[in-house]
Design a binder for this molecule. Structure first.
Ligand code: ATP
Length: 535
């Protein structure tokens, strides 16, 4: 599947628009159109339903060490600035950037690639933003241009090694920046904090400074005690939250994959330290299955367990659920969700203050005055088990997913082209979105075959009946074949057509988007059948 085709379908059919498009757009921000908002909402609702609302507190699901409870939370986007100091985001949540003095563009240091090449007695690092074959091709074009060579003289370029990251390069004077004409225009890498800063109230100085949350997780940690004290939850239990997060990404790209404003679906699962590894395994497998159940299956989806040297200092295990997005070079995968065993790091940080590693232990980081660098809340966040009479700091398993990346992956996976007969039986090209019925923006479309003989009346009655429970769409415009194709492109799994026979025997045809098969159903059984099909 070529990404361009999906991007153009998304715009044409109203899934996704560039934010503020009439003013030229704003890089890293996206708007969901009428179909896109339904798709993303269905994804979030499927997650909320499967993880929280329909969760059975009484029985252990397959693979879980024991039954557990799940509750939800909806926290504010702007929180007390101390939250980010203790969580580590204030000091550590940064990427390295390089600026180009010539083109005025900014790049993420680790996202610039390039190849060493020599010609006419000069050795340069030809940098590009792409990877893989595409990156190599562009590096060649850049080198040809720089050395003033024609494509037919490409063999004058002496390449030294494959495409490598700019992070391997020391001598920036020899770097030809991705958009520069001269050598040595890139600045040395500098730290750049990814949190968006804002000011609360009328104070404009540092006193009023606050941040838009870069993740929803911290709202859950700082409410852990509130939830324990107010509810009937007992460990093990999970708290789920869906909400917007903001990261001032240096180079947002790849459609919605890396945006500056996005939505997360996060669970913090609190358990006894002795059982935490078993719970980590449970959540890793459970979350992977969630994607495959909704149709992201096969070679394009994988579960990747991190190696020991990739783990953060507090983690006893982390796995990523990754998808081979079509915009990535072959063999590359992009993260949809991370599942991390976080130990007691977060609750301890909010209790004692920002932690750092010292040997094998985590200790409160000291400032130059010997006092905690970032002081915690001082509140006792330990859990009291009144059966075992034990007080302890629970361990946390965190499955953290992105709703926008998920939506994008399901769209990529769903995009299909085939040939199908049109209304005259002539094979024609067809584009359709093979979305799982739970995710499809429109569940069924209702058509009167023709706008006469009482067919519109029957069709409208059916439409109104179904509308009570499902997002259905009424369409009486144009040839029925064309109406089917419009629904195929929107990913609508079923089309219901009222025809001449309906008026005689009270049956309608139901057409399946994927198989194109049609069968007849009694008119009064349509709602029940749809309910069954959409489950
Ligand atoms: P990456 O390495 O791709 O920047 P991350 O490891 O920083 O991602 P996490 O902090 O683990 O991501 O965030 C959890 C999830 O939030 C990610 O798996 C992803 O689905 C989503 N997410 C993170 N950053 C972005 C972004 N800039 N745009 C869209 N979704 C994002």
């Amino acid at each position: 599947m070529e990404m361009d085709k999906l991007v153009s379908l998304c715009k044409r059919r109203g899934f996704l628009f560039q934010s503020s498009e009439i003013y030229g757009g704003l890089n890293g921000f996206w708007d969901y159109g009428p179909l896109g908002v339904e798709l993303k909402r269905n994804l979030k609702e499927a997650w909320w339903r499967d993880m929280v609302k329909a969760h059975d507190d009484l029985h252990a699901p397959a693979g879980a060490p024991r039954p557990y409870e799940m509750v939800g939370l909806d926290c504010s986007i702007i929180m007390h600035p101390q939250v980010w100091k203790c969580s580590g985001h204030y000091d550590l949540f940064h990427d390295f950037m390089v600026d180009c003095r010539e083109s005025k563009k900014r790049y993420r240091h680790d996202q610039v690639n390039g190849r060493w090449v020599e010609a006419k007695g000069k050795r340069v690092f030809a940098a590009v933003q792409e990877g893989g074959e595409e990156g190599e091709k562009l590096a060649e074009q850049r080198a040809l241009k720089f050395f003033n060579l024609r494509a037919k003289n490409a063999d004058e370029l002496k390449w030294d090694g494959p495409l490598v990251s700019l992070t391997t390069v020391q001598d920036f004077a020899r770097v030809l920046g991705p958009d520069a004409k001269e050598l040595g225009t890139l600045t040395p890498p500098r730290e750049f904090n990814l949190m968006f800063k804002t000011y609360v109230g009328a104070l404009s100085g540092e006193e009023g400074a606050a941040f838009l949350r870069p993740e929803t997780a911290q709202g859950i940690f700082v409410n852990f005690k509130n939830v324990c004290d107010s509810g009937r939850v007992r460990i093990p239990f999970g708290i789920a939250q869906i909400g917007k997060s903001f990261r001032n990404e240096i180079t947002p790209r790849n459609f919605t994959f890396r945006s500056r404003e996005f939505e997360q679906m996060e669970i913090e699962f609190f358990c006894h330290p002795d059982e935490s590894v078993a719970w980590y395994r449970y959540w890793r497998d459970r979350r992977f299955r969630w994607y495959t159940d909704l149709g992201l299956a096969g070679e394009r989806l994988r579960l990747r367990e991190h190696h020991a040297d990739e783990l953060s200092h507090y983690s006893r295990g982390t796995a990523d659920i990754e998808y081979a997005f079509p915009f990535l070079p072959p063999g590359d995968f992009g993260e949809l969700e991370g599942i991390a065993h976080r130990g007691d790091f977060d609750l301890r940080s909010h209790m004692e203050g920002k932690l750092v590693k010292q040997g094998d232990a985590l200790v409160v980081e000291q400032g130059p005055d010997g006092k905690p660098k970032h002081r915690g809340s001082g509140k006792d966040l330990r859990y009291f088990d009144d059966v075992k009479k034990e007080r302890y700091l629970p361990h946390v398993i965190e499955p953290s997913a992105g709703a926008d990346r998920g939506t994008l992956a399901f769209l990529c996976e769903a995009y299909r082209e085939d040939t199908a007969p049109d209304e005259n039986g002539k094979p024609t090209e067809r584009v359709y979105l093979k979305l799982h019925p739970r995710l499809a923006p429109i569940k069924a479309a209702v058509f009167p075959l023709v706008n006469k003989d009482g067919m519109p009346d029957v069709a409208q009655r059916l439409y109104l009946e179904l509308k009570r429970d499902f997002n259905v769409f009424y369409d009486d415009g144009g040839a029925v074949g064309r109406r089917y194709r419009r629904q195929d492109e929107a990913g609508t799994p079923y089309c219901l057509t009222i025809d001449g026979q309906t008026l005689q025997d009270q049956t309608v045809t139901i057409r399946d988007r994927d198989t194109l098969q049609q069968r007849r159903l009694p008119l009064n059984g349509v709602a029940e059948e749809l309910r069954k099909l959409l489950r």
